[in-house]
Ligand binder design. Structure first.
Ligand SMILES: Cc1cc2nc3c(=O)[nH]c(=O)nc-3n(C[C@H](O)[C@H](O)[C@H](O)COP(=O)(O)O)c2cc1C
Length: 321
């Protein structure tokens, strides 16, 4: 994304990146950059619409709507902008803001400019549109991602990354095409609300919020598959819990990794463990820079990655009885 990081480990957007104190602590523990907790598109739009609904000003003159819109955003969202400004004053690492969005509505997109003006080094857009409507073709959902990318990259000049899910029928082509837009990075993948069912109460409940190390395989596969093809940076997110996982994702072709669950489970000191492991491994293998080995184990070595996977499945699963 054109940002200079001292190492490839980023604190992912989560509750831990929502205060200046924590951001300072994350930097002290050696993190390469932070992504702030997301604002929700609805949060931004609601603040605007709430004031608009009060209606007493909106009939005065045509500009009133614009004025109120700006005023509302300026006041109620100022805490977020203050967090960016203060963080930028006290830490040297890049500070990336984040918005969780599902539409290309101008209500929230204009707020991206304020994020830029507050000094954010980049903007990550967490887009998750669950393709749950059986009457809606996949292309229509996908179009929203492209529309958001286009509008936001026109609005700001800081680098923009999209954080996405894996619920696409043609994931490889979709991600590749996204990388041809003006966005500078794609984060694979977001972690979603995972439904579960309580059979005693017969209620839907949430399953685990935090990932475990076994969740690494999903992003590892797609980073390895997509890194030879995309025109922008890829960040690996989900299941990175230790230095080995960092190395694996870099070998698969990730530019950086993002970590959240491990910071909750083991604390910020785990970042130093990860960078320590990475450094020791690079020394052992005689690598001087990340570029010496980044992407070495991506799928460019196979003519047909899908066939390779099929053979691996046969090899590792068929023999078990
Ligand atoms: C408690 C918690 C809060 C999170 N909040 C956000 C958020 O506000 N915005 C966002 O884009 N991702 C959010 N995430 C997702 C993380 O940024 C990350 O993508 C996901 O947890 C996978 O990484 P991990 O396996 O290292 O946890 C959150 C994750 C957790 C565990």
């Amino acid at each position: 994304m054109g940002l200079k990081l001292k190492n490839p480990i980023i604190a992912a957007s989560c509750g831990l990146t929502n205060s200046v104190e924590n951001i300072v602590e994350l930097e002290r523990n050696g993190v390469g950059a932070v992504v702030l907790k997301s604002l929700f598109e609805e949060q931004i739009a609601n603040e605007v619409n709430h004031t608009m609904e009060q209606g007493e000003f909106s009939n005065y003159y045509p500009e009133a709507e614009d004025y109120i819109r700006n005023y509302t955003q300026g006041n109620d969202l100022s805490v977020y902008l203050d967090l960016i400004r203060t963080a930028k004053q006290v830490v040297k690492i890049p500070v990336i803001a984040s918005i969780n969005c599902v539409s290309d509505s101008d209500d929230w997109i204009s707020f991206a400019k304020k994020i830029e003006q507050a000094g954010a080094d980049g903007l990550e857009l967490n887009i998750f549109i669950l393709p749950s409507d059986p009457t809606k073709p996949g292309e229509q959902n996908e179009k929203t991602y492209f529309d958001i990318a286009e509008k936001v990259t026109k609005e700001v000049s800081i680098p923009v990354a999209l954080k996405i899910s894996y619920y696409f029928s043609g994931l490889a082509q979709f991600v590749t095409k996204l990388s041809w837009t003006d966005i500078k990075g794609i984060v694979l993948f977001n972690r979603f609300y995972s439904p579960d069912i309580n059979i005693d109460k017969m209620e839907v409940k949430s399953s685990f919020v935090f990932s475990d190390p076994a969740s690494l395989a999903l992003s590892l596969r797609w980073i390895a598959m997509l890194s030879p093809h995309v025109k922008c940076d890829l960040a690996a997110s989900t299941g990175v819990h230790d230095g080995e996982a960092v190395i694996k994702q870099l070998l698969a072709g990730a530019q950086v990794v993002q970590v959240a669950s491990v910071l909750y489970k083991k604390g910020f000191s785990e970042i130093a463990e990860m960078t320590g492991k990475l450094k020791a491994w690079m020394e052992e293998k005689n690598f001087k820079s990340l570029d010496d080995f980044r992407g070495k184990l991506n799928t460019s070595q196979y003519d047909n990655p899908a066939a390779y996977e099929r053979v691996q499945f046969m090899k590792h699963f068929s023999g078990i009885e």
